[in-house]
Design a protein around this ligand. Structure first.
Ligand SMILES: Cc1ncc(COP(=O)(O)O)c(C=O)c1O
Length: 375
């Protein structure tokens, strides 16, 4: 039987060479590889500064501390996101406030944000769902009007763009994740991006136990050990060479276009939308289907591991039930029907054909339900 994962970590001789170099120099902890990786990513994204950390969640935690989110503040986040976005708000003893998402892009809906602003609101965290940009013009206008900070959660967004500008360059600070399932990975890892020198300096201090960079063992701030190691950065350097980035993005684009072409007009499935303002890096290929759980199980039994990102609005997660929330009908519909098809670097047409045929068989089998189109 086939075994087609939803995501696949790619590595070749480049990764092995980079890692070997670390062993040869003997510098394993945070050092020259981390610095080189930060410089490369800042240039790629088009911002002045990048700070590498141990995970995307750590990057979010640092970003919220730096923009000044404190106890009892409110932070507006999309109701459909990975739990890390909400968890990072809770690390500040602040309150996550859940906004509904846009029915086309599945990113936070600016009109919904406006409705949720109170005197306690301090920050907005837009998420680049599946790699599609949030509506930054509208979000930044709201933030300016109400004097709110914006932290871009670009964990899924690296390599995408909005109106010609690369993702992970929006907001006061942006973050990304290099978790092993991401388009580019350091196995575990994360990064902050900013043009603000003060924020940059603070991020470096916080990730390093709050230590004064010029005075070892002197600590002006309470910090964390959120460092990335050179071993992880070495993998990141191999992953993000200009040649590799171009090849990976081209492969994902071709794969996504193939799904879009072959699944166009198939009854019972809503295909992902791409705004003309955006370039999509295709971290995920999110479709909507009725009877999603049965279809996912059917695919799994045939060796197709489609992914559900994510199955519940965050406010329905047990840990978040205590938070008040308003109705989020789009989030409810999308979380109950989203199914992300396998897509990764070097996925073969043959595997994609198998996914498509298996999916079509599943759709026919469960066709007695109406289509999942969102109006
Ligand atoms: C939207 C979002 N934010 C934050 C994170 C956290 O990143 P990490 O897993 O590297 O901590 C993820 C990870 O998948 C994510 O999808």
């Amino acid at each position: 039987m086939r075994d087609i994962p939803w995501s696949k970590f790619y590595y070749d001789e480049d990764e092995k060479k980079q890692v070997l170099e670390v062993f040869e120099t003997g510098w394993f902890s945070s050092g020259p590889k981390v610095e080189e990786f930060e410089k490369r990513m800042a240039e790629y994204v088009g911002v002045k500064y990048a700070v590498a950390v141990s995970t995307g969640t750590a990057a979010l935690d640092i970003a919220l501390k730096i923009v000044g989110v404190k106890r009892d503040d409110e932070v507006i986040i999309p109701a459909m996101t990975y739990i890390a976005t909400a968890n990072a708000v809770c690390y500040q003893d602040a309150t996550p406030v859940f906004a509904d998402i846009d029915p086309k892009t599945y990113t936070i809906c600016p009109k919904e944000i406006e409705k949720l602003i109170t005197p306690r609101t301090r920050c907005i965290i837009p998420v680049d769902y599946a790699g599609h940009a949030a509506d930054y013009d509208a979000i930044n206008a709201i933030a300016r009007k109400h004097k709110l900070a914006v932290v871009e959660d670009g964990a899924p967004g690296l390599c995408g763009s909005y109106k010609g500008k690369k993702l992970c360059s929006f907001g006061d600070i942006a973050i990304t994740s290099f978790h092993v399932a991401k388009i580019f990975s350091t196995i575990e890892g994360g990064m902050l991006f900013t043009n603000n020198e003060d924020y940059y300096k603070k991020a470096r201090i916080i990730r390093w136990q709050g230590e004064d960079p010029k005075k070892k063992y002197y600590h002006p701030l309470v910090g964390f050990n959120y460092r990335m190691t050179d071993l992880h950065a070495a993998i990141g350097l191999a992953q993000t060479s200009a040649k590799r980035i171009a090849a990976v993005l081209e492969s994902r684009r071709t794969g996504a276009e193939y799904y879009l072409k072959r699944l166009a007009g198939v009854p019972g499935i809503t295909l992902p939308y791409v705004s003309p303002d955006c370039e999509h890096p295709w971290f995920l290929f999110p479709t909507l289907v009725n009877n999603r759980d049965a279809i996912q199980q059917f695919l799994l039994e045939k060796g197709v591991k489609a992914n559900v990102s994510w199955p519940l609005p965050v406010y329905k997660q047990e840990a978040y039930e205590k938070y008040q929330h308003y109705d989020c009908p789009v989030t409810e519909k999308v979380t109950s029907s989203v199914l992300c098809l396998p897509l990764y670097f070097k996925i073969t047409k043959d595997d994609q054909d198998y996914v498509i045929e298996t999916l079509q068989a599943a759709l026919e089998k469960f066709a007695h339900l109406k289509t999942a189109k969102i109006s």
